[in-house]
Design a protein around this ligand. Structure first.
Ligand code: SF4
Length: 359
């Protein structure tokens, strides 16, 4: 092996259990893993020598085996509404995007799980890239470390939504490990209710998510009430149609503290019929869920556009009148192409930018 060989593993690919095993395998006490986690998250050390309560010998051993998985910030753009879109460069020079969105007292972070996406949704910028590769566990959690560094003192990321580039359930194992690290007391210590995984509707993976008892909210991009329209918008519907998708959703335990949210993009003349609203109520009958209505993020020349606000409210009212909890989401960061559907490889996205991304 050449003398200059670089450390082979990203330490942030390791869950606490895995790092504990590594420690004991290297003659260290198990509690050392917790100590190290405390430095990795959310403090986000940039060198093992910063871990002042860890012996120099262990620091050196860790440095010989691991790297810290830092991401280079290729660009950072701030929206007029306070949202910040980061383009992060990965070790192989590929880029992903992460969006930090301010709420009153805290921040929500939208993270990517893949470089590109294989799902091909018609309204989504990321779909145009195709799938380049999955992100590793460490590359997923590092987005929160890097974004956390950008916050002013006293502010913190309180919610993380897996709604950036990629289909999270298509990268299941890395997603699940990332969720575990984010919830770990010695990691970010985020409550499971503050974590939301969004899927375009991979029915078998939804079943697996339910069966594995993964602690996180699930958001399912529905976006249409007929298979004809949904297949046009979301090719995944050819494989698992609306009935198959909702069957899988019904297997998510009803007693679960984590509610399913159905994301529904309102596109004028396509998905916004008032009859569609009534059909949506019928489809969701018996499911413990809420509906998040998202007026389409239009762009010049787009084949789709958002319905007028009064029509959006009428659609919402039909759901509310029939007992379906329905909220309205106004996307943040539209002026910097950070809104739903607008994420594509750094700043390289050619104008005009498309559309709502809800998967
Ligand atoms: S909406 Fe989500 S699942 Fe669909 S192509 Fe875009 S990133 Fe992939």
């Amino acid at each position: 092996m050449p003398e200059f060989a670089v450390p082979m593993e990203n330490i942030k690919d390791y869950t606490l259990a895995a790092l504990t095993e590594w420690m004991t395998g290297h003659g260290e006490k198990p509690f050392r893993a917790r100590q190290v986690f405390g430095w990795l998250y959310p403090r986000g050390i940039t060198g093992f020598q910063e871990m002042t309560n860890v012996s120099k010998a262990l620091q050196a051993e860790l440095a010989a085996h691991f790297h810290l998985g830092g991401l280079a910030t290729a660009s950072r753009r701030q929206s007029s509404d306070g949202s910040v879109k980061f383009a992060f460069r990965l070790a192989d020079a590929r880029q992903i995007e992460t969006v930090l969105m301010p709420n009153n007292t805290h921040y929500t972070l939208c993270v990517s799980t893949q470089v590109g996406c294989a799902m091909g949704c018609d309204f989504c910028a990321t779909a145009r890239m195709g799938l380049e590769r999955n992100l590793g566990t460490g590359e997923i959690v590092q987005q929160a470390v890097e974004a956390g560094r950008a916050l002013e003192p006293g502010k913190r990321i309180r919610n993380i939504v897996f709604m950036g580039m990629g289909e999270p359930l298509h990268n299941y194992d890395n997603l699940v490990r990332a969720l575990e690290i984010l919830q770990e007391d010695n990691g970010f210590g985020l409550s499971a209710r503050r974590l939301t995984v969004s899927t375009c509707g991979l029915a078998p993976a939804i079943r697996r998510f339910a069966r594995d008892g993964i602690r996180a909210n699930l958001a399912v991009s529905l976006n249409a009430v007929t298979d004809a329209v949904r297949t046009r918008l979301m090719p995944v519907n050819k494989r698992w149609n609306i009935a198959a998708l909702l069957d899988a959703c019904r297997e998510v335990p009803a007693g679960n503290r984590y509610r399913i949210t159905f994301e529904y993009v309102l596109m004028e003349g396509v998905t916004d019929g008032l009859a569609d609203a009534r059909q949506l109520v019928r489809l969701l009958h018996g499911l413990k869920c809420k509906v998040n209505l998202i007026p389409f993020n239009a762009y010049p020349g787009s084949p789709y556009r958002a319905p007028p606000p009064a029509h959006v409210r009428a659609f919402q009212q039909i759901l509310l009148d029939r007992g379906v909890l329905a909220t309205l989401r106004i996307s943040k960061g539209q002026d910097i192409q950070a809104a739903c559907g607008q994420l594509i490889r750094g700043q390289q996205a050619p104008p005009p930018e498309p559309m709502a991304r809800t998967g």
